[in-house]
Design a protein around this ligand. Structure first.
Ligand SMILES: [Zn+2]
Ligand SMILES: [Zn+2]
Length: 215
C-alpha cells in the first residue's frame, strides 16, 4: 500500500499524533482520542463516579492500603490532603468548569451557569462537556491539552480511590540520543533533542535508555 505520509505531510491527530483516517480529515483530533476523553469524563460523573468516590477516600488511612484503625485512642488524623484538594472547589470541578467557560468563549456562547452543590455542578459540567465533545475534538485548538488534563484528573482520582501508586515512568532513547521519559499509557511524546513527535505505539517501541534511568 502506498503510504500517503511518504509523499506529503498527512494530517495527524493533535492529541495522539496518529495519522488521521480519511474520514477524520479536517478534524483536530481522531475519534479514538475523542472516545477516550468521553470515557474519562463519564468515569468522573454520577453517584458511582470517581468524583463521588473521593468522599470515601477522604478518611485518614483510606485508599492508601493501610488498615483502618478503629477504636484508636489517638487523636484523629487530619483529612488526607490530596483527595480534599481534588474534591474541593479549585479541584476537579473547577478544572472542568474552566474548560467549559473556555469552550463557551470559543463558541461565543454566554458564560455557563453553575447550580447546586459541587457534585451536582460536577455532573452538569461533565454532561455539558460530553455534549460538545465532538465539536471540541474536531475544532478546539487546545483539545490535546484538554484530553491530557482530563486523563490526569482521572488518574489522580483513581489513585486516591484505589490507593494505586502513580504510574511508573520509563526512559526510552530516541535515535538522536535524546531521552524521553514516558509512562505506558502515554498518548505520545515529543523528543526535546530533535523535535520528533512520536505516537504512543512508536514511542513504546523505542529502546530503553541506558542513561537517565534514575527514577
Ligand atoms: Zn488521537
Ligand atoms: Zn530525538
Amino acid at each position: 500500500m502506498n503510504t500517503p505520509a511518504d509523499e506529503y505531510d498527512w494530517p495527524t491527530c493533535a492529541a495522539c499524533s496518529r495519522p488521521l483516517w480519511e474520514n477524520e480529515l479536517g478534524r483536530r483530533a481522531c475519534r479514538m482520542c475523542q472516545r477516550r476523553a468521553d470515557h474519562d469524563l463519564e468515569a468522573l460523573a454520577g453517584p458511582r463516579g470517581l468524583y463521588a468516590a473521593l468522599d470515601s477516600a477522604l478518611a485518614p488511612g483510606a485508599g492508601s492500603g493501610e488498615a483502618r484503625v478503629s477504636g484508636s485512642r489517638s487523636a484523629p488524623l487530619p483529612l488526607r490532603l490530596e483527595p480534599l484538594s481534588l474534591s474541593a472547589r479549585g479541584g476537579v470541578v473547577t478544572v472542568l468548569q474552566t474548560w467549559l467557560v473556555d469552550w463557551h468563549d470559543q463558541l461565543q456562547w454566554a458564560h455557563p451557569r453553575w447550580q447546586g452543590d459541587l457534585q451536582q455542578q460536577l455532573d452538569q459540567v461533565v454532561q455539558a462537556l460530553r455534549t460538545n465533545l465532538d465539536w471540541a475534538a474536531s475544532q478546539h485548538p487546545a483539545f490535546s491539552d484538554f484530553a491530557v488534563e482530563i486523563a490526569a484528573l482521572v488518574r489522580s482520582c483513581l489513585r486516591q480511590v484505589t490507593g494505586e501508586k502513580p504510574e511508573r515512568r520509563i526512559s526510552v532513547e530516541c535515535p538522536c540520543g535524546g531521552v524521553l521519559r514516558v509512562t505506558i499509557s502515554t498518548p505520545g511524546a515529543r523528543c526535546v533533542g530533535c523535535g520528533t513527535q512520536y505516537a504512543r505505539a512508536d514511542v513504546l517501541e523505542l529502546p530503553l535508555a541506558t542513561r537517565g534511568m534514575a527514577a
